[in-house]
Design a protein around this ligand. Structure first.
Ligand SMILES: [Zn+2]
Length: 401
């Protein structure tokens, strides 16, 4: 994808650069040990990489005596990557440095009707995104932009750059990323499922740093998982691995948009939780802070549901405990099949109800097979709402090295 950028460097020099990228911070002595090259070769290469602006010498290693060794890392400002996260609640467009740091980002919220989420969500058409990206490329200069990374709530064929299934965002089903974005913009564009981008970001910089076997589950307006096996993203034969949102959790459940009945995402997304409150409240007797807060309105906002639960509203608490039970059960399926050491939970549902994480951990431990659970940890994502955006950029940056 980026042959021209490193074309003047030898294989040895590129190996040294790759080692600096993978280690984030490394001394010259550690580089010599890790690559097996002579110290002189390493020193000369480092000097050239420093002069060319590819790496920087920033911090110094703590030392018990003598001179402190300088730590080398990739220059975060060498190139910028434009990162896009297309979800159902909003679109995010950001500028990300070579180290995954977010320099700037913009949120474009999805249009709502009477304050309620509309599906398929409407925020950016392909043309509007192209125009926004073109403006950013113009602002920084094409030579400064490494590429564009897109994480989308949908199924993507990464090998051909085709978004093949995106039912929750209007205008993004069946989009040829290469033709619609990469060619007109004149920069490489890489698209993948948002949950996978999130998994990569959490693995490299977030809650799952360095944990090679982990699954990151994004629970927002839909549910999907990014699976890492041996530190590599697992995409599956048809690049649809991780579509856990369409796993049956109620055999006699409601009809899902996918054609199946009783899918996980019918029970645990924010619109489903608030919808359930609206459905059950009229038949719920007794003390109800939720009823008082709504004053006759039908559906609560996620914030109102949260506030009611905090006041001990029994219906709100029951909805949340059912949600944890359902997610925890689905997590136990995943852990029984994949035996990861970490499950990372993220997305709008977790943002709004972070206490679900501990409940899910408890339920997964109870329902999962003992041996697959023995080393399992369940944690919330660390990079929060920028996680998928950062991961989308990292997919591009990784391919340079
Ligand atoms: Zn489904």
């Amino acid at each position: 994808m980026f042959d021209a950028i490193l074309s003047s460097y030898s294989g040895t020099q590129i190996s040294i650069l790759q080692q600096i990228y993978r280690n984030h911070k490394i001394t010259r002595a550690e580089l010599t040990k890790a690559t097996g090259f002579q110290l002189l070769t390493v020193t000369k290469t480092v000097s050239r990489l420093l002069a060319d602006g590819l790496i920087v010498e920033r911090d110094h290693q703590q030392s018990t005596g003598g001179r402190k060794a300088a730590l080398l890392s990739i220059n975060p400002d060498f190139r910028y990557t434009l990162a896009v996260d297309l979800g159902a609640t909003c679109a995010r467009i950001g500028v990300v440095g070579m180290d995954g740091s977010v320099l700037d980002f913009e949120i474009i919220p999805s249009k709502t009707r009477d304050g309620k989420m509309v599906l398929p969500a409407q925020h950016l058409s392909v043309q509007e995104l192209r125009e926004k990206l073109a403006a950013e490329i113009e602002k920084y200069g094409r030579e400064k932009i490494l590429g564009v990374g897109i994480g989308i709530s949908g199924v993507v064929h990464t090998s051909t750059g085709q978004i093949i299934f995106c039912p929750n965002i209007a205008g993004w089903n069946d989009v040829d990323v290469e033709k619609e974005l990469a060619e007109p913009l004149g920069v490489p564009v890489f698209a993948d499922t948002a949950a996978r981008c999130m998994a990569l970001a959490e693995y490299k910089l977030g809650a799952g740093k360095g944990v090679e076997n982990q699954v990151c589950i994004s629970i927002g307006a839909s549910v999907a998982a990014g699976i890492l096996i041996g530190g590599k993203i697992y995409r599956g034969a048809d690049e649809a691995a991780g579509e856990i949102g369409h796993t049956t959790v109620r055999t006699d459940g409601k009809r899902c948009t996918c054609g199946n009945n009783g899918c996980l995402e019918l029970y645990v997304t924010l619109p489903m939780l608030t919808g359930k409150a609206e459905e059950l409240l009229p038949g719920f007797g007794g003390f109800s802070p939720l009823r008082t807060a709504l004053q006759g309105r039908g559906r609560p906002t996620p914030e109102e549901l949260r506030a009611a639960a905090a006041k001990g509203d029994k219906l709100a608490l029951r909805i949340l405990s059912d949600c944890a039970e359902t997610i925890g059960t689905a997590v136990s399926y995943l852990t029984n099949i994949l035996n990861p050491t970490l499950i990372v939970l993220g997305g709008a549902t977790i943002e709004q109800f972070p206490e679900l994480v501990d409940d899910v951990a408890r339920i997964a431990a109870r329902r999962g097979f003992t041996v697959t659970q023995q080393h399992l940890a369940v944690r919330p994502y660390a990079l929060g709402t920028t996680s998928a955006m950062v991961g989308a950029a990292l997919q591009v940056i990784d391919s340079l090295f």
